[in-house]
Design a protein around this ligand. Sequence first.
Ligand SMILES: *[C@@H]1O[C@H](CO)[C@@H](O)[C@H](O)[C@H]1NC(C)=O
Ligand SMILES: *[C@@H]1O[C@H](CO)[C@@H](O)[C@H](O)[C@H]1NC(C)=O
Ligand SMILES: *[C@@H]1O[C@H](CO)[C@@H](O)[C@H](O)[C@H]1NC(C)=O
Ligand SMILES: *[C@@H]1O[C@H](CO)[C@@H](O)[C@H](O)[C@H]1NC(C)=O
Ligand SMILES: *[C@@H]1O[C@H](CO)[C@@H](O)[C@H](O)[C@H]1NC(C)=O
Ligand SMILES: *[C@@H]1O[C@H](CO)[C@@H](O)[C@H](O)[C@H]1NC(C)=O
Ligand SMILES: *[C@@H]1O[C@H](CO)[C@@H](O)[C@H](O)[C@H]1NC(C)=O
Ligand SMILES: *[C@@H]1O[C@H](CO)[C@@H](O)[C@H](O)[C@H]1NC(C)=O
Ligand SMILES: *[C@@H]1O[C@H](CO)[C@@H](O)[C@H](O)[C@H]1NC(C)=O
Ligand SMILES: *[C@@H]1O[C@H](CO)[C@@H](O)[C@H](O)[C@H]1NC(C)=O
Ligand SMILES: *[C@@H]1O[C@H](CO)[C@@H](O)[C@H](O)[C@H]1NC(C)=O
Ligand SMILES: *[C@@H]1O[C@H](CO)[C@@H](O)[C@H](O)[C@H]1NC(C)=O
Length: 416
Amino acid sequence: MKLSHALAALIIAWCAVLGCIQAVTLEVKQGNSTCIKAELSASFSITYNTSSSTRTVQVPLPDSTTVDTGSSSCGTADSSPWLVAVFGPGHALGLSFSTNGSQYSVANLTLQYNLSDASIFPEANSSDVVTVVSASVGIWATINTTYRCVSPSTFRVGGATVTFSNMRLEAYMPGNDLSPTESVCMADQASTTAPPTTASTTTTAAPAPTPPGTPERGTYSVKNGNGTACLLAQMGLQLNISYFSVSQNKTVQELINLTPDLTNSSGSCEASSASLVLTQERSTTLTFMFSLNSTSKKYHLSGITVLANLTDATAPFTASNTSLDYLRSTLGRSYMCNAEQTLAVVPTFSLNTFRLQVQPFAVTTNQFATAEECQMDQDQMLIPIIVGAALAGLVLIVLIAYLIGRKRSHAGYQTI
Ligand SMILES: *[C@@H]1O[C@H](CO)[C@@H](O)[C@H](O)[C@H]1NC(C)=O
Ligand SMILES: *[C@@H]1O[C@H](CO)[C@@H](O)[C@H](O)[C@H]1NC(C)=O
Ligand SMILES: *[C@@H]1O[C@H](CO)[C@@H](O)[C@H](O)[C@H]1NC(C)=O
Ligand SMILES: *[C@@H]1O[C@H](CO)[C@@H](O)[C@H](O)[C@H]1NC(C)=O
Ligand SMILES: *[C@@H]1O[C@H](CO)[C@@H](O)[C@H](O)[C@H]1NC(C)=O
Ligand SMILES: *[C@@H]1O[C@H](CO)[C@@H](O)[C@H](O)[C@H]1NC(C)=O
Ligand SMILES: *[C@@H]1O[C@H](CO)[C@@H](O)[C@H](O)[C@H]1NC(C)=O
Ligand SMILES: *[C@@H]1O[C@H](CO)[C@@H](O)[C@H](O)[C@H]1NC(C)=O
Ligand SMILES: *[C@@H]1O[C@H](CO)[C@@H](O)[C@H](O)[C@H]1NC(C)=O
Ligand SMILES: *[C@@H]1O[C@H](CO)[C@@H](O)[C@H](O)[C@H]1NC(C)=O
Ligand SMILES: *[C@@H]1O[C@H](CO)[C@@H](O)[C@H](O)[C@H]1NC(C)=O
Ligand SMILES: *[C@@H]1O[C@H](CO)[C@@H](O)[C@H](O)[C@H]1NC(C)=O
């Protein structure tokens, strides 16, 4: 009894720190042989409507998740291998695979959730079972190797996002166990090529953080299945995070600049939504979600999600807000703001943008369309105009004064 209490307390503490992200093992078999095996942790960020507002919930893939043997399959001549994991009443995560002989990839990612489940979606004003699908998620590996991605990676699926971490996965398996050879994802490669950790030697008090200055401007894009860019972005990014520092025993403010050279971009483009996921090494994942209103032909930045691995915090920092309204522009145009902008996301996190230009929809020929500029830029443009006008006015006054003066002195000579 005592032991089980202690264990329960430990599990609750563990969950509090890690946000209760659990690892599950899922297997699809045909007869006695395994064709798909996945070990992973996943969590979902899902937005739904109540009668009075819109809510976003974070749902972890629970330990009790099982493979739906009825829907899952190892594939046939005309169907792809499919892993369907089910949890709770009517929730499911599906991964469908394809191969070209030398590589295999996740062809589509499906998320199904049941809004009638009041334990996850309290006060939902709908009881629908919602199914969302995202194609070409960018998970691929060489055949006969295991795909490995310890770093969290986030994918936009319809209006939801799916974040995988600690992922080891193989399809078209040659044996019943994961192949020992691994195809390591880009995010993990970036961190393993970094010099060996020096963190353990720095036991001295953390130096006072120096402001990192203006961030470098990065150029990012998201490509379609056929390789053409469907989302373009250029910007300098600075994260402003407030978190509890272990070494200083207090809440501190930290500014982190994203370094374009160390940052990978991915994402997805759909008819009325698009996402841009920026991953800096193993440490930071920043997701931008854009929405298009097809009636008004206007788009805006509707959501930002961040996951940052801070060395001095007890747990990775996460924040998300999917009801934002920033960077408003018109379909067929890009949005530009050279001035620094602060995008408030949650009280503990805001994002500073510098020399920004984005176009999440209707990108043609890999180029930005005509830009709609932010008010701040327009105001700044006004300053030289006002100064110029004032100068011109001054010159005119001096000229008039001179002319009047000259006339008067002429008149003076004539009277003599
Ligand atoms: C599966 O394994 C069992 C015993 O290990 C064997 O009897 C059976 O024939 C096998 N089935 C197939 C389809 O290989
Ligand atoms: C919430 O309701 C609005 C208005 O009816 C609708 O446009 C939107 O798609 C709904 N959102 C979700 C997540 O169902
Ligand atoms: C759910 O709520 C949204 C607003 O939050 C509303 O627009 C929508 O019509 C409601 N849907 C139903 C089925 O009541
Ligand atoms: C996703 O893959 C599954 C299994 O291959 C398939 O049944 C489904 O139609 C696919 N969905 C889309 C939208 O491609
Ligand atoms: C959705 O959840 C409700 C309530 O938990 C349950 O009665 C219903 O069967 C579920 N739907 C599906 C398709 O599983
Ligand atoms: C398989 O696809 C990958 C990229 O998707 C490509 O690099 C590779 O050359 C392809 N292999 C064959 C045999 O088509
Ligand atoms: C994968 O492994 C199987 C069994 O070991 C082998 O038959 C097959 O040729 C391998 N495929 C590749 C592309 O190496
Ligand atoms: C690429 O695919 C998109 C849709 O996925 C389509 O709109 C576009 O025309 C395609 N471009 C080319 C060059 O095929
Ligand atoms: C960071 O956020 C804090 C609190 O929101 C704010 O006081 C501070 O000015 C911000 N710093 C920068 C450089 O944006
Ligand atoms: C942290 O600060 C609190 C009050 O500010 C203090 O009570 C506590 O002892 C401190 N802990 C450590 C480890 O210094
Ligand atoms: C955070 O960073 C540490 C060391 O840099 C690394 O060991 C750990 O795996 C990282 N965690 C995540 C969730 O990326
Ligand atoms: C789209 O724009 C129209 C016209 O401005 C507006 O009436 C409608 O509510 C908007 N839809 C959404 C989902 O915001």
